[in-house]
Design a protein around this ligand. Structure first.
Ligand SMILES: [Cu+2]
Length: 274
């Protein structure tokens, strides 16, 4: 009996996909039992009410990401990314205590201290590079009328991602603090990143860590801003002609975020205590 339980625990980190992903998605493509898969439970940030389940499956250098989430802002695009570092930094999903300026909003600047830079942009098409697609909101999923997002994509990833997938987190962005069905300034004021943008468009709405991920494998001291993503040359113009003002707002905000992070590493020295 005990040995069976032990064995069961031993395989938790790499259960067959079909056994893990139990949120009602039929997944014939994932029927192969030898495919390592990792589940992430997306939990709300900013009291958004958003939640979901994600699955990341690896076969060689092919990573398939499934996301099913709800409580998103209906009809609005949600930027979504794998955040974190494959270089041993101990990033985690934040909680409310990460709202260090105590304004009641966990903004991206505060959250990034904990969940790290964008590593992979989970676009619906085109490239997924953090540098060129992190703010490609015209290629990010749009929530349906019920505020649900269903996403699946297979992309090629580097060996560092294959080896360190457990160190990464999925984050979806966009909240509706005043519940009026759009990103606007009345809900939560201006974004700390750019006063021309609503905070609702830039704040994270949920975050999920890989289940069973080792925490604290690397001592947490000052968190360095990852060198790989900064100076990435993002252009807010890439969303021109996309899905409207909200998309442009989010894109612009993410652009501002990148710039701010690139120059604000010292602000990230509060440790990963969340
Ligand atoms: Cu993100």
């Amino acid at each position: 009996m005990i040995s069976q339980r032990t064995r069961r625990l031993a395989v938790l980190a790499a259960l067959p996909t079909a056994a893990l992903f139990t949120v009602g998605v039929s997944s014939p493509a994932f029927a192969e039992s030898d495919t390592p898969a990792f589940q992430l439970d997306l939990e709300q940030l900013n009291d958004s009410g958003s939640k979901g389940t994600a699955l990341v499956s690896l076969r060689g250098d092919r990573m398939t990401v499934w996301i099913k989430s709800e409580g998103m802002v209906p009809g609005q695009p949600s930027a979504q990314h794998l955040h974190g570092s494959t270089e041993g930094h101990n990033f985690v999903c934040p909680d409310g205590s990460a709202d260090t300026n105590k304004d009641g909003i966990l903004d991206n600047t505060e959250a990034t201290v904990h969940y790290g830079d964008i590593n992979i942009a989970l676009t619906v098409s085109g490239d997924t590079d953090a540098a060129t697609s992190g703010l490609a909101v015209d290629r990010m999923p749009v929530a349906d009328a019920d505020g649900k997002i269903s996403y699946k994509r297979t992309i090629k990833v580097g060996q560092d991602v294959v080896e360190k997938i457990k160190d990464l987190h999925i984050v979806q962005h966009g909240i509706d603090r005043n519940g009026n069905g759009e990103y606007d300034f009345d809900g939560a004021g201006k974004s700390e990143l750019d006063p021309k943008l609503p905070q609702e468009a830039t704040a994270p709405t949920n975050c999920g860590e890989v289940k069973g991920a080792s925490v604290g494998s690397v001592p947490v001291g000052g968190i360095e801003t990852g060198g790989g993503a900064e100076g990435s040359g993002m252009s807010p113009g890439m969303t021109a002609g996309a899905t409207g003002a909200a998309s442009a707002a989010v894109a612009g905000a993410l652009f501002a975020l990148r710039r701010r992070k690139a120059s604000g590493a010292s602000a990230a020295r509060t440790g990963g205590a969340a």
